[in-house]
Design a protein around this ligand. Sequence first.
Ligand code: NAD
Ligand code: UGA
Length: 314
Amino acid sequence: MTVHDTQRTVLVTGAAGFIGRHLVEHLSSQGRPVIGVDLREAPAWPADAAPVRHIVADLRTTNIRPLLAGVSSVVHLAALPGVRPSWDRFDEYVESNVLATRRLLEAATETGLRRLAIASSSSVYGNQDGAMTEDQPPAPISPYAVTKLAAEHLALAYAARPGSVLTTMALRFFTVYGPRQRPDMLISRIISAIQEGREIRVFGDGSQRRDFVFVKDAVRAVTAALDAPGPSRVCNVGTGEQISVVEIIALISELMGRPATVRAEPHRAGDVVSTRADTTRTARALGFRASVSLRKGLQEHINAARSDPMPVGA
Ligand code: NAD
Ligand code: UGA
């Protein structure tokens, strides 16, 4: 590895996860040196991508400092991600999402890391009317969202410390979908249920609306955040559009050419009524706008699920 390469090396935590795999594939396809870290083993990386160094480690306990040697930027995706299970497993969420992030930030301070892009979440906004802008006061309504907001604030606080050389880009992802989406998430569940002729469980009346952003767009936003000039920031990563749960079930059924059957279940605590990103700041600061239409992204997700079915989500 040349000195130039070393200066551009990106460490991706959560590299074996849904977004992490896409990010590592994208960075390595650009010839950018990548080190992946995850609790899980490395997935099979595409043969045409540059080789990826993958380290199996637990950020709650491992010595993080050596992982940062020669690393110029970190994308911190590792976390426990689901909204609804977070009521019963709060200790685990705090350990994985807050305490592990603090350990990473301590190591980053010791090694003089310059750039951190951290995965935050639209869930930090809670129930707000209209498009969500980064300046609105966050009002999380789930334990998960509380931990994501804590991690985001911690990463900004470390960057703002006197003498710190760190710039933090806190990326508030809206609901991300695409090939290999986590099996506990709505779109994966709709596709696998339709494929297998099973019922789709709808939490509440299905009128809740989400800003769904395609994973390859989300990855482009992360890449832009690694190179963007300027100070630490919070940036939304969404499309600015939204669709309800009932409507997206109908759309996926149409695209798959097969009927969908639904079963109503009670509303789940912590589920917000509506998300929609205000995309103005991200467009200005990162030069990023989502470009993949929902139809096109869903078609890619469906095609991938047909060739490589995911396990059914819990
Ligand atoms: P994921 O569960 O697929 O990936 C997370 C990865 O982190 C997993 O592979 C897991 O093994 C790893 N991990 C967890 N704890 C770890 C630890 N202590 N040490 C090392 N590795 C650990 O989740 P995802 O959907 O890819 O989400 C990635 C990030 O984006 C998370 O921080 C999540 O909160 C955030 N986010 C995701 C979405 C979404 O729609 N998927 C939306 C908003 C925010
Ligand atoms: C997703 C991710 O899981 C979180 O990690 C992330 O932080 C969050 O997006 C975000 O936008 O910040 P969520 O919006 O709950 O959370 O994503 P899905 O699991 O895809 O659920 C979308 C909607 O479908 C929710 O209203 C949910 O209640 C509903 N749903 C989900 C169902 O009706 N049935 C299901 O089987 C699953």
